[in-house]
Design a protein. Structure first.
Length: 254
């Protein structure tokens, strides 16, 4: 499918959804993933579009809506106000595509761009002096996630921990050879203790680039990898991606 033909199909989706003044922020024709900013009446919105027959991507977008709704019902205070400003408006599909629409709030990513590409690990200079405020807010949001109950969820497989399948199926011998030491004890410890850990809702992809700074406060975006897992998963994930900033790592998110 040519780019012009593809954009024409997307224009029809935008018209059907009542979205005006749109602009692409993601145009991934290889993986058929698209995102645009636009307006519905006076409300700024974000629309994400994927191929309908790509069930994996469709499930991830459906989960993003579900998690947003679950959080709105579980938290209160300032973060609930922020969530309302980025809440889901709806979803739709045609013969070829599936899409979700949510409110959009102007904010800055915690990380910076390098050579036109978003960095996952380099924090923007303007936020380097706001370490304590940002990490305190992120820790509070992690706690808010843990308030969500999995009771009543129909599709529990949708919330299976992100790396569980990879760990079960990974060629550990190959990994051990590449890093130079055995992992048997570590894997056994993981399997033995994992069952005893309390499972809570986690974001599942807590990299610095998914942390946004707005006038109204800090927010975390992209819930496609959300799952019920140990609370330390999000904390550990973020800690690893802060490797360039030992002072941020030492602050403590627990």
């Amino acid at each position: 499918m040519s780019e012009d033909m593809l954009k024409n199909k997307i224009d029809k989706i935008l018209d059907r959804s009542g979205i005006n003044n749109s602009q692409f922020i993601k145009f991934d024709q290889i993986n058929m993933r698209f995102a645009l900013l636009g307006e519905i009446s006076d409300t700024k919105v974000l629309i994400k579009i994927v191929e309908k027959n790509n069930l994996h991507q469709v499930k991830r977008l459906e989960k993003e809506i579900l998690v947003s709704d679950l959080l709105l019902g579980a938290v209160d205070g300032e973060y609930q106000k922020i969530l309302r400003n980025i809440s889901s408006i709806g979803s739709g599909h045609d013969e070829e595509f599936f899409w979700i629409i949510r409110k959009y709030m102007t904010a800055e990513q915690l990380t910076t761009n390098i050579d036109g590409n978003q960095s996952y690990t380099r924090i923007s200079a303007e936020f380097l002096n706001s370490k304590d405020q940002i990490l305190t807010s992120v820790s509070s949001i992690i706690s808010d996630f843990s308030k969500v109950s999995q009771d009543g969820l129909v599709d529990t497989q949708l919330f299976k921990p992100r790396f569980e399948t990879e760990l079960e199926n990974y060629n550990l011998a190959l990994l051990e050879k590449s890093i130079g030491f055995e992992l048997t004890d570590a894997v056994n410890f993981y399997k033995q203790n994992r069952q005893n850990e309390k499972k809570v809702l986690i974001m599942g992809d807590l990299v610095p680039s998914n942390i946004l700074v707005a006038d109204s406060g800090i927010m975390i975006i992209d819930y496609e990898w959300a799952s019920f897992d140990t609370r330390m998963s999000d904390i550990s994930f973020l800690w690893l991606f802060l490797f360039r900033y030992p002072d941020w790592q030492k602050n403590g998110l627990i």
